[in-house]
Structures are given as structure tokens and as C-alpha cells.
Unconditional design. Structure first.
Lengths: 408, 383
């Protein structure tokens, strides 16, 4: 099927892409025979985790992770910034995702931007290899969309800090060695100014990780309680009180609005329209293939057009002259909003294509594609809500890009 | 079937494209501010000959025509940039007709025919148009009902075409007719010719006047039939026309976005700027996302045409489908968010509303293009 990028890239990059593709084909792990998570949001069992971590290690050892990161921190200092090509090829092959997504995509690039030389040396290589898994401690029960309302505190204690508080939606916390943690260090300061950013060791005493169950019934998602948990002085990233600013950098990576991550991809986007087209050919409706139904065809083409428009928007974001002078960030900042909502529309539509079989759930022997579609539709809300809800994204675009009056 | 969607990584964008955008912006900003456009609309101006002459002298009419036939020899991304800027300004007059006629002539004509007609079209001396749509709305080659019957040394043309852009001002009409063999061919009819009657339509968009053209036994010479296969040339013209018109629609939607955004900042109710309210803010954000997505497809279609990649027709249909819908959504929300003022003649949005309504079905609406695209997606038909 389509190979959108390859034809027009340089000979060097095209050769690199061919190598990567061949390597993935030869090394992609076999179906393990147990249920795999659809994304990093639901890695439940030790078995799933080990399988995924071994795969990341293998990809790293082959030289396909950290291409854009400096070689002194375990990367490759690739002058052509070709991590993107590897990610595209991994997606295309349907290879398992990189389990250390939070390290590779959020924590790593943030440490690269704000960390001391020692911090970079200490953390980055193990992020790439999967040796150290990372989780994120931003949201709290009372601070979701209003993240700056967070109440966890870090209090100076001797040579280090003591953390008290409650974090939620902490994906991978049960496997993580480190957490990027936002905590209040100055109660008297302004809401935004009193926050600092820490690299917290999850093996500290006083830390309790409790599973939360997602709407799909799966785990992989946690809450973390800190009861007087200690961390050393050098856990601080950047300056004291600089936490909000650094958190915004992390969120820019999380929302796919900046380049420079360690690799992997947080959300499956490639070729999803084609997967639904293939589903429509297999499903029947009124005694004929669903793919013959003119309404099904029209609706799927609408999604195809939107998907291709989004792909080209990502490509156009890198061509300054084809972006509006008065809003150069628009094409980057809209990415998360558009892809998450498109993914949701796509998976919901796939459930419609399923007809009555949309009512069959995980474990039913007749469920088409093992009920992956209704599961994916439910999981799509993790993307429209996590990393800043679609509503928060619209506020950000309206205010930062279009200059509309601030809501808050 | 294998479907390849390819657009050059950088869209083939160069400094030259920036320069063109700057030049177009400067000219239209000075020559065609919205007040001047409104003056023309209120005065019922159908053709501003001075403006037409200036546009022709800038080389815009022949922008994509080869230099040896009097054109500027530039590419489709250049045209997309020009069209987007013209769409922003609702540039009035017969430009689109001359553009499409020039493209069709270049595609279908042999060198003698190109030499004969293109330089005057590119230079603006001849206002031309492509008479495309037939009563009932058909416009693709397989549906043409107008006929060309061979007679001694030529043909007799019969049929009717509607929604012909700038028809009343055109001195040259390119149109498709079906020959007795079933083959569709493009013919050039230079007016005034016996048997041709042209009647002004009342266009919903006063900046884009149209006409009904009837061919009642029009006698033309054999050399009036363009040499190339009519169906192929028409299809190629439609792909290029869709890419160009999509870019124009993106420009129009961009203007509506800017106007509405500014109103949401300026207008106060409940002691606040109305853009503070999320019921106002969110639709404007969605408008922006739509404009950016459609712009990517319009630029992508143009870049694919420049690079000669086989997916250009898919991208052009996608661009026209999405840009038409995005423009329609922008004007719908644009009027609504202006409140009572949006419902008045004074508010500029209705001018764009008219253009959006006019251009959405022109060269095929989203329903039309999506039906054709489905064949490419499901692998059971051509785009």
C-alpha cells in the first residue's frame, strides 16, 4: 500500500529507511500468544511488560533509538534527524510499541533541554535502552485540566526534599524506576510560580502505587500516594520555581508539537483508514460486503481525507513559507487535538462497520479482530483526555495561536 | 491496486514562491481592499477592465502557461499561492474562466493551436472561458450531452452550457462536445459567432458573474477542434482546476476566520469580549483547524502536480472536497458568530458566504469527489 514519504526523500534517507524496514521485518517479535496492550496506557502484567521491554532493548541495540540524541548520552547524534523514519517504519510494520514511551518522548527530551550534565549522563542512556522505565506525576485528584492547581508538596529536609501528596493517571508507575514529578515548593508564591520539577526515585520509602481500572476493565494505570517520601537534592530539574515552564515543555513533546524525542510513537495513526477499509471488506451488511454500502464508503472516505490532510499538515509544519505568518505555531499546536479526535471518530466508525458484532467484547470467540475495535474506541478517550483534554487544547489554540481573550 | 500518496517533503517550496506571495499580497492589498470590492458590488460592476489589464500585465492570467506561448511558465504551487491570495480578497472578474480555458487549451491543443490562442489569453487581450457545466449539473467527460456533427470542412455544434464564468465578457469559449463516434472533444468558439447566444445569469456571487451559453447549430472549422483527446484533456484540466479552486476556497475561509476572530476580540457583551466565551472561542478554533487541514491538501495537490506524482488526482479531489466543506463551515459559523450584525448586508461575511456557496459545487462538490475517491480507497475503481 501507500508509502507516502519514501519517494521524495534523499537517496541517503531512502537507503536508511530500507535498512530499517528490513531490520524490523527480520527482528519483529512473534505474536506472544497472550493479549498484548494496545498502547502504553494498559501494560498490566509482568509478562506483557517483559515482552515489550525486551523488544525496546533489541531496537536500541540495533541502533534505531535515540538517533536524534547526542552520542555522549547514549544517542547517535544523527545529522539527518532520522528518528522519524524509524518511527514511521515501526508503525507501518505493526511492530509493538516502545514501552518506555514516557521516558523516550516526554522525560528524555525535557532532561535534554533543562538537565545538568550529570543528570543527562545519569538518565538518558537508560531511557533509550529501557533499563529505567519512567512515569509521570503531574495530574492530581483535584488538579486535572487545571494542572497548576496541584497540591503535592516538596519540602526541603536536610540535604534533600520530602514529598507529600497524591498523583493520579500514572501510567506505568508499577514498573517505573523514575517519575517526572511536579510539586509545590513555595506555598506563598503565585499558583504558577510556586511549582518545581523533580526527577523522583520510585523506590523511595513512603511511596504507594495503587492500580486504577480503566473503562475497558484493564489496568496499567495507577494512583501514587506519597507519604513523607524523601528524594535527594539533585532530584530538582532546572531552577526552583521553574516547574511550570518546564512542564509546558514536556507537554509540548507529549502533544507531538515538537521534534527531538528518543523514538517510538505514543499513538498509532498510520494506515488506520486502510485497516477500517479492510474491516469493511470482511464485514457483511444486508447480505453484502459492508464495503459495497455507499454510506459506509462515503463516511470512510471523509475520514481518509482528514487523515491525509493531517499527515500533510505535519509535513507542512516543517516548511516555514507555507505556514501563516501571523500564526507559525498553528500547524504544530493543533496536532494533538486533531489526531486524537480523528482517532476517536475512526474507531467509533469501525464499531458501526461491525454492525451487531460491535456488541461482542474481549474473550468472545466470534468477536471480529478479537474485539480490538470497541476496545480501541474506548481507549481513544485516553488520548482525547490525557495530555490536556481536547477542551484544554482548544483553549490553548484559541488563546496562544489566535489571540482570543483568555478563559482563565 | 496500489495507491501511492506522495508529496515532496518540502512541497517544492522555494524563495521564488515567497516572492510571488509578497507581490500578490502587496498588489491586492493596495488595489483591492474590501471597501473597493464593496464599491464595485454596489455599483453592479461586472468587469473592471483596468483591474483586469493590471492583473494580466503582472502575468497572473498566464502564470502556469509555457513561456513560449506567452505564459510565465511557473508551477502549480505558484498558482495555489496566487489563488489563495485572490480568494482572500474575493478578487472579482473573469480570471477563473480565462485560467481554466488556458489550461484546457494547453492540455488539448497542438502547437499550432496553442500558438494561435494562448498568447492572447495569457496577455489578457482575449478574455476566455471554459464552458463546463451542462443543464442538470454534469461536467465530467463521460456525461457530456452537447454534440459536434462533422460537416464539410468542419463541425456543427449543438448544446447548452450553464454557469459559464465570465461568459458575457468572453471572446473565446472552450467547451466539450461529443462526436458521433462517442469521442468527446474540446472545441474553441470565438465570438461573436452565428448560433451562439450568451445570456447573463444572476449569480449568487456578484464578484463572479456567470452566463448561460447556447450553441444552436454553430458552424466551426476543423481547426476549432483541439487535437488531443477531449476526455483526457478535460480530466487533466479538472484536476488542475480543483487544486486551484481549492486554494481559492482556503483563502476565502482564511479571511472569514480573520474577520470572525477580530469580531470576537472587538465585540463586548455581558461586559466581556465575546471571544472569552468558549461557545464562541471553540468554533473559531475549529474553523482554524479546518482551514489549516484544507490548506495542506491544497498545497499538497499543487506540489504533487509540480512533481508529476501519480497521486495528484487523488490529492486534488481531496483538496476540493475538504476546502469546499471547510469554506462552507467557516461562512456558516462566521455569520452566526457575528450575531444580528452577521445577518446584515453591511457585514462583509455574506460576500464570502456567496462565494463559498458558488464555488462548493463548481468542478464537483465533496459528495461527488468522495464517491470517486472511494474507488481508490477500496481498490475497486479509479479516482
Amino acid at each position: 500500500m501507500a508509502r507516502p514519504e519514501e519517494e521524495t526523500e534523499s537517496r541517503e534517507n531512502a537507503e536508511f529507511r530500507r535498512q530499517a524496514r528490513a531490520w524490523i521485518q527480520a527482528n519483529q517479535p512473534a505474536d506472544p500468544g497472550f493479549k498484548l496492550p494496545q498502547s502504553f496506557l494498559e501494560v498490566e502484567s509482568e509478562q506483557q511488560f517483559t515482552y515489550l521491554r525486551e523488544w525496546q532493548r533489541k531496537v536500541y541495540d540495533a541502533g534505531y533509538l535515540g538517533l536524534d540524541w547526542p552520542s555522549e548520552y547514549g544517542g547517535h547524534s544523527d545529522p539527518h534527524k532520522r528518528q522519524r523514519i524509524v518511527s514511521q517504519e515501526l508503525n507501518r510494520a505493526g511492530a509493538p510499541f516502545m514501552v518506555n514511551v514516557i521516558g523516550l518522548q516526554w522525560a528524555g527530551p525535557t532532561i535534554l533541554a533543562y538537565g545538568t550534565e550529570e543528570q543527562k549522563k545519569k538518565y538518558l542512556k537508560n531511557i533509550l535502552s529501557g533499563e529505567d522505565i519512567w512515569c509521570q506525576g503531574f495530574s492530581e485528584p483535584g488538579a486535572g485540566s487545571d494542572l497548576a492547581g496541584l497540591q503535592a508538596t516538596a519540602t526541603p529536609n536536610g540535604d534533600g526534599w520530602i514529598v507529600t501528596g497524591h498523583k493520579v493517571w500514572t501510567t506505568l508507575a508499577h514498573f517505573a524506576k523514575w517519575m517526572i514529578l511536579l510539586a509545590r515548593t513555595d506555598q506563598s508564591a503565585h499558583k504558577y510560580a510556586g511549582i518545581s520539577y523533580f526527577l523522583f526515585p520510585m523506590d523511595a520509602p513512603g511511596v504507594t502505587v495503587q492500580p486504577l481500572v480503566k473503562m475497558t476493565g484493564e489496568g496499567g494505570f495507577n494512583q501514587v500516594i506519597f507519604d513523607q517520601a524523601p528524594m535527594p537534592k539533585d532530584a530538582l530539574l532546572g531552577q526552583l520555581g521553574q516547574g511550570w515552564q518546564i512542564a509546558m515543555t514536556t507537554l509540548t513533546f507529549e502533544r507531538g508539537a515538537a521534534e527531538g524525542t528518543g523514538g517510538g510513537s505514543a499513538t498509532p495513526t498510520a494506515e488506520s483508514v486502510r485497516a477500517v477499509a479492510s474491516l469493511a471488506k470482511r464485514m457483511r451488511r444486508d447480505g453484502r460486503p459492508a464495503a459495497d454500502d455507499p454510506v459506509i464508503r462515503d463516511r470512510l472516505v471523509q475520514l481518509w481525507i482528514d487523515e491525509e490532510a493531517l499527515r500533510l499538515t505535519g509535513q507542512r509544519a516543517r516548511v516555514a513559507g507555507l505556514n501563516a505568518d501571523d500564526r507559525p505555531l498553528a500547524t504544530r499546536l493543533m496536532n494533538k487535538l486533531v489526531y486524537s479526535e480523528l482517532g476517536q471518530r475512526m474507531t467509533e466508525f469501525a464499531c458501526e462497520v461491525l454492525g451487531p458484532d460491535a456488541g461482542l467484547w474481549l474473550g468472545d470467540p466470534s468477536a471480529p479482530d478479537k474485539a480490538e475495535w470497541p476496545r480501541a474506541y474506548m481507549n481513544s478517550f485516553g488520548v482525547t483526555i490525557g495530555g490536556g483534554t481536547s477542551e484544554v487544547q482548544r483553549n490553548i489554540i484559541g488563546e496562544r495561536v489566535l489571540g482570543l481573550p483568555k478563559t482563565k | 491496486m496500489t495507491l501511492r500518496l506522495e508529496v515532496p517533503t518540502d512541497f517544492g517550496f522555494t524563495e521564488e514562491h515567497s516572492l510571488l506571495r509578497g507581490e500578490v499580497r502587496r498588489f491586492l492589498g493596495e488595489r483591492l481592499p474590501i471597501a473597493e470590492l464593496r464599491r464595485q458590488v454596489d455599483a453592479g460592476t461586472r468587469l473592471d477592465r483596468g483591474l483586469w489589464k493590471e492583473i494580466a500585465q503582472l502575468g497572473w492570467v498566464g502564470l502556469v502557461l509555457p513561456e513560449r506561448f506567452g505564459g510565465a511558465g511557473l508551477g502549480w504551487l505558484h498558482l495555489a499561492i496566487l489563488m489563495e491570495e485572490m480568494g482572500r480578497h474575493l478578487a472579482p472578474g473573469p480570471f477563473l474562466g480565462s485560467l481554466l480555458a488556458g489550461i484546457a487549451l494547453e492540455r488539448a491543443g497542438d502547437d499550432a493551436q496553442r500558438e494561435r490562442w494562448l498568447p492572447a489569453i495569457a496577455g489578457g487581450e482575449t478574455i476566455a472561458t471554459l464552458a463546463l457545466v451542462e443543464p442538470g449539473g454534469a461536467f465530467e467527460a463521460d456525461a457530456i450531452a452537447a454534440t459536434a456533427d462533422p460537416v464539410d470542412g468542419g463541425f456543427v455544434l449543438r448544446g447548452r452550457k450553464t454557469h459559464v464564468v465570465g461568459g458575457a465578457d468572453a471572446a473565446l469559449v472552450v467547451a466539450a462536445f461529443r462526436e458521433p463516434s462517442g469521442r468527446a472533444s474540446l472545441f474553441v468558439v470565438e465570438g461573436p459567432a452565428a448560433g451562439v447566444s450568451i445570456e447573463d445569469e444572476v449569480s449568487i456571487d456578484p464578484t463572479r458573474p456567470t452566463a448561460r451559453v447556447a450553441f444552436d447549430g454553430v458552424r466551426v472549422g476543423a481547426d476549432a477542434r483541439l487535437a488531443g483527446d477531449g476526455a483526457t484533456a478535460l480530466a487533466e484540466t479538472l484536476v488542475r482546476g480543483c487544486a486551484a479552486l481549492a486554494a481559492e476556497q482556503v483563502g476565502g475561509a482564511e479571511s472569514v476566520l480573520q474577520i470572525t476572530r477580530q469580531y470576537a476580540i472587538d465585540r463586548k457583551q455581558f461586559d466581556r469580549q465575546i471571544g472569552f466565551f468558549q461557545a464562541v472561542k471553540y468554533p473559531i478554533v475549529d474553523m482554524m483547524c479546518g482551514v489549516e487541514l484544507a490548506r495542506s491538501l491544497a498545497c499538497g495537490a499543487a506540489a504533487a502536480l509540480d512533481a508529476g506524482t501519480p497521486s495528484a488526482d487523488v490529492h486534488a479531489r481531496m483538496a476540493k472536497a475538504l476546502a469546499g466543506d471547510v469554506y462552507a463551515q467557516a461562512v456558516r459559523k462566521g455569520v452566526q458568530l457575528h450575531g444580528g450584525y452577521g445577518f446584515t448586508w453591511d457585514c462583509d461575511v455574506h460576500l464570502y458566504f456567496r462565494r463559498a456557496l458558488w464555488s462548493r459545487p463548481m468542478l464537483g462538490d465533496a459528495i461527488h469527489h468522495r464517491r470517486r475517491l472511494a474507488g481508490a480507497l477500496f481498490g475497486d475503481g479509479d479516482a
